[in-house]
Design a protein around this ligand. Structure first.
Ligand code: FAD
Length: 385
């Protein structure tokens, strides 16, 4: 494999996790999809090999590594099982990053080491029936009563909900309109009044345990208030890193796998007395796919490196996420076409790659919303090439 400006240690991490994912996760990937079954046994393997909490300081049992290492690990897992990669990047992503970044010392002491050890799986919940792209329209309410907060409302599209133990939930805390009235709470799974609602099965990533969350007079200790109203920008700022290390490397891993499989297919399959790969028209398709994947990888690694060098940027995040999302749809779609009817058959992985890649353009900010962020930076003059 190429070096791509990675250090020797980073290459070692990449190659080791790749070998692990190929051996342990690939065999069950199709079944996790077909049976809508989160492969949580794979998370245990990742914990045992020390891949959780890579970004977490050592005092919480983590490895104190950078975003690049996180990206490399998620990409390699996704090459062999996208559902495992999504679960991993979710439970080991937004919530622990938020607690580490802006949580209280109590929250850090109570949760972080347990998350790294895999004792607590986590999810993060923002979306509601009337709050998708428009986060400021969150209606689930948390009202203070003495030493408690009482939560009422419901949430949608929560990845890993079916398997998680700890939820970071966006709630409306006061009457201030829009985002100014929104804050966040930490809710543990067995809290009375909190239930995991209907399982939500999307087109792809069917093994990510997505579900609704329902709060019916759910009482949590006031100490579980995570973020006061009016501080949402801080949370979104912390989660910016997660937008790089979660969603885009999953897309890249899926696209890489679709590409490799279809290259083998067109070299092997004979039509008109010669391999499909002997047709120049198809060779050019392969070249286009390789160009697209390489451009996406370069963007992603550059964005991760900039964060690790202390120069995070909204434009980097949004350009990377939107480009890598769209690349994965293009590449997996083309792989289906090159594989012919096999591309659409459940006996082969191509249709799953496409289904898994498709939703990534919607989750964690749609490509349209990311385009708007990029455009805002351009027009304001903050963006310079
Ligand atoms: C795979 C996956 C995983 C997810 N995981 C989670 C999770 O763990 N937790 C969670 O809280 N949510 C999760 N979501 C939900 C996700 O955050 C929302 O789907 C997303 O924010 C978009 O919201 P929406 O679906 O309500 O679409 P809408 O906001 O209704 O948007 C519909 C369409 O309109 C476009 N649009 C909306 N507003 C504008 C605008 N101002 N300008 C231009 N275009 C616009 C959108 O881009 C989109 O194409 C997940 C979704 C997916 C697909």
């Amino acid at each position: 494999m190429q070096n791509l400006g990675l250090t020797e240690e980073q290459r070692l991490i990449r190659d080791n996790v790749r070998a692990l994912a190929r051996e342990k996760f690939a065999p069950g990937a199709a079944a996790a999809d077909r049976q809508y079954k989160p492969p949580i046994e794979n998370l245990k393997i990742l914990v045992d090999h020390g891949y959780t909490g890579m970004f977490m300081p050592e005092e919480y049992g983590g490895s104190g590594l950078g975003l690049m290492e996180n990206v490399l690990v998620v990409e390699q897992i996704a090459r062999y099982c996208a559902n495992t990669a999504m679960l991993f990047s979710c439970t080991d992503g937004a919530t622990p990053r938020a607690i580490l970044g802006i949580g209280s010392e109590d929250h850090k002491a109570k949760y972080l080491a347990r998350i790294v050890k895999g004792e607590l799986l986590t999810a993060w919940s923002m979306s509601e029936p009337n709050a998708g792209s428009d986060v400021g329209n969150v209606q689930t309410k948390a009202v203070r009563e003495g030493d408690e907060l009482i939560i009422n409302g419901s949430k949608l599209w929560c990845t890993a909900a079916q398997v998680s133990d700890l939820f970071l939930v966006l709630v409306r805390l006061d009457a201030a309109p829009g985002m100014r009235g929104v804050g966040a709470v930490l809710v543990e799974r067995d809290t009375p009044g909190f239930t995991i609602g209907k399982h939500l099965d999307l087109l792809g990533l069917r093994g990510t345990g997505m579900a609704e969350l329902v709060f019916d007079n759910c009482r949590i200790p006031a100490g579980n208030l995570f973020l006061e109203a009016g501080r949402m920008r801080e949370l979104l700022g912390v989660l910016d890193a997660d937008r790089i290390s979660g969603n885009p490397p999953v897309c890249l891993g899926i696209a890489q796998s679709a590409f490799e499989n279809v290259v083998a297919h067109v070299k092997e399959r004979q039509q008109f007395g010669k391999p499909l790969a002997d047709n120049q028209g198809l060779q050019w398709k392969l070249a286009e796919m390789a160009m697209d994947i390489e451009a996406a990888r370069a963007l992603l690694y550059r964005a991760a490196a900039r964060v690790d060098e202390g120069h995070p940027s909204i434009v980097d995040t949004s350009i990377t996420k939107a480009y890598v999302n769209q690349m994965a749809v293009r590449v997996t779609n083309e792989a289906m076409q090159l594989a012919g009817a096999c591309g659409l058959s459940e006996e082969y992985p191509y249709e799953r790659y496409f289904r898994d890649a498709r939703g990534m353009s919607i989750g964690y900010g749609t490509v349209e919303i990311h385009r708007s962020s990029i455009a805002r930076e351009i027009i304001s003059g903050r963006y310079t090439a």
